[in-house]
Design a protein around this ligand. Sequence first.
Ligand code: R5P
Length: 295
Amino acid sequence: MSIIFSFPGFENITNHIASDLQITRGKMEIRNFPDGETYVRLNSPVEGQQVIITCGLDNPDHKIMGLMFFAQVAREMGAKSIGLVAPYLGYMRQDKRFHDGEAITADIFSGLLSQIVDWLVTIDPHLHRHKKLSEIYTIPAAAIHASDHIADWIKSNIARPVLIGPDAESSQWVSDAANKASAPFMVLSKVRRGDRDVAVSLPDVAAYHDHTPVLVDDIISTAHTMIETVAHLKALNMKPPTCIGVHGIFAGDAYNRLISAGAHRIVTSNSIPHKSNDIAIEDILAAAVATMIRE
Ligand code: R5P
């Protein structure tokens, strides 16, 4: 028997998984005390059950305590196992010590999360130097891909698309989505000089002036990567591009700055709730959860 709970903001995804897999939808309460500390209460019995919690780990510092309290109380109330559905998995980017003394937070965070839950399902985690989640997660961890859904969205919404990946890391999503959408694609190169300082190479779009550029990346955070690329396309007199990110973090006013830079439209999956969400990924999450709870 399984029961699935939701952190605030992930109710739609959770309800969808519950209904797809015919599992009970659990009730919980999570809020902050006036001093900022976290209060968690389970309002559904979990004894003997496989407990699943949906909690995207954008803004992870804020959520990790609640997740830890949830898992601990669920175990104290007799849960057989705890699985995490994290549509976005944070702390995947600092996977190396770039400068002396830096914490490799991808390793530290994965170690912490592996102590809190028994398995994990996520979508397109930022795997760069690590090729598989199992290289940093010791618990069963499934990384599923949104590229089919991105390709479907492009096929239904864009006539004559040319897909552009802003950096080498994006080639995995762009090439996959382009092949599935039967569209041409190119991958640029990027040098990141700081959190908000990136240089992206010029796209060679001479053959594609009658196409609509579609930028595809895993994460839109500060949006500087996309803004740089949009600026190049504008200078090359291309049509205003559509920008697709699997995960729309949109730090600060990133969304508005990307629109002001010339993006025609910004589209993201619903891994992180945002007004740009137009690619629904609940079905692939549900399929991955089904595999985890069967095993
Ligand atoms: C980095 O390698 C990722 O694939 C994205 O390109 C990056 O996270 C985007 O960040 P930002 O929006 O801050 O430029």
